[in-house]
Ligand binder design. Structure first.
Ligand code: DGY
Length: 348
């Protein structure tokens, strides 16, 4: 699909993206916009090389693509100056290779913070209250009347929510769980989440003033402290060498038998084979997963586990957010082509 065929700058998007604002922004600034409409979900390096062609000023790409040495050298040979991932995470992008070939890299933070946190909160509640299991039971025609023990789950109020990685998304999630469900907070991050701490303190004081049990917060000195103490644990680190298999056999064994684990970050943060074994041995342990180690696949056994809720990497999938991500990605590329400072540079 080609927009503004006579435009001076050639910008390629490896996928159609939501909304038209991003296309209009590029067209208004004299870009010819080419959108790949191939049916294939995940494009290979060769597919993308063909899209780049002989001349290309910038590319908007997706987290499913392998943006390494080969693609950045091809883009640079084609005269390309800019690449933006349509994602906040950029573990699929070799930033050093981009720097080597003089290609600026952008990502799309900010616009997906609340949307992603909302899905992590939804998975937490759905796991605690066994909503998916109950839905399947109902649809299977198994409901034959109210029973005192039918789908009994956990009350979140008064329990402790644990957050690993209290950056933008982790903090937004923590706030939702504290304010929405009156949970106490324990978090682990290299940096102090000062605003989050202030919020929980103020909210705790508000509850106390109204005769309710105040909520509390604690900054853990180790990740294990969170794993030991929290009832619901949500993972929000970036994926890099230090966070690969952060959750493994040993860390799973540290968690409470009835804990809930939520992952909306990146699949390889969790050792999925160890997780499946843990879910089998501990039927009261529950997980809510948006991401998987070998996406789009799940490790054997995971799809059979009743104590797992699995969704296909949709944490940022609200209309507002996806249009915002597309717009930001277009601005990143445009900014570089036109010589403005790049909008969201992960090197910052
Ligand atoms: C991201 O942006 O990194 C998410 O995984 C997809 O929105």
């Amino acid at each position: 699909e080609v927009w503004n065929p006579t435009g001076k700058y050639r910008v390629v998007s490896t996928k159609p993206m939501p909304g038209t604002r991003w296309i209009n922004l590029l067209i208004e600034q004299d870009c010819r916009v080419e959108i790949c409409t191939q049916k294939k979900t995940i494009l290979s390096v060769d597919d993308i090389i063909a899209l780049i062609g002989d001349h290309c000023d910038g590319v908007i790409g997706q987290l499913t693509e392998d943006w390494g040495e080969t693609l950045f050298s091809a883009l640079s040979r084609a005269g390309g100056k800019a690449f933006s991932n349509m994602a906040v995470g950029y573990n699929n992008v070799d930033v050093n290779a981009a720097n080597k070939y003089g290609v600026a890299v952008g990502n799309t933070p900010g616009v997906l913070t609340e949307t992603t946190a909302e899905l992590a909160a939804s998975l937490s509640v759905a796991a605690a209250r066994r909503i998916v299991e109950a839905d399947e039971f109902m649809r299977a025609g198994l409901y034959d009347g109210w029973l005192p023990h039918l789908f009994v789950g956990n009350l979140l109020k008064g329990q402790t929510v644990g957050v690993i990685g209290a950056g933008r998304i982790g903090s937004a999630y923590a706030r939702m769980m504290v304010e929405g469900f009156k949970m106490n907070l324990i978090y682990y991050d290299l940096y102090q989440a000062t605003r989050l701490e202030k919020f929980v303190t103020a909210y705790g004081a508000f509850l106390k003033a109204n005769g309710e049990q105040p909520v509390t917060w604690k900054r853990a000195s180790s990740m294990d402290e969170v794993l030991r103490e929290a009832d619901v644990i949500s993972l929000h680190p970036v994926l890099d060498k230090t966070t690969y298999h952060l959750i493994n056999k040993e860390s799973l064994a540290t968690m409470k038998k009835e804990a809930i684990l939520v992952n909306c970050s990146r699949g390889p943060v969790v050792d999925e084979v160890a997780l499946v074994a843990h879910l089998k041995e501990n039927p009261m342990f529950r997980v809510g997963l948006d991401v998987f180690e070998d996406e789009p696949f799940m490790k054997p056994g995971l799809s059979d586990m009743k104590n797992a809720i699995v969704v296909p990497h949709i944490a940022s999938a609200s209309k507002w957010t996806r249009e915002g991500m597309a717009t930001l990605a277009a601005l990143n590329v445009l900014g570089k082509i036109k010589g403005y400072p790049i909008w969201s540079d992960p090197n910052r």
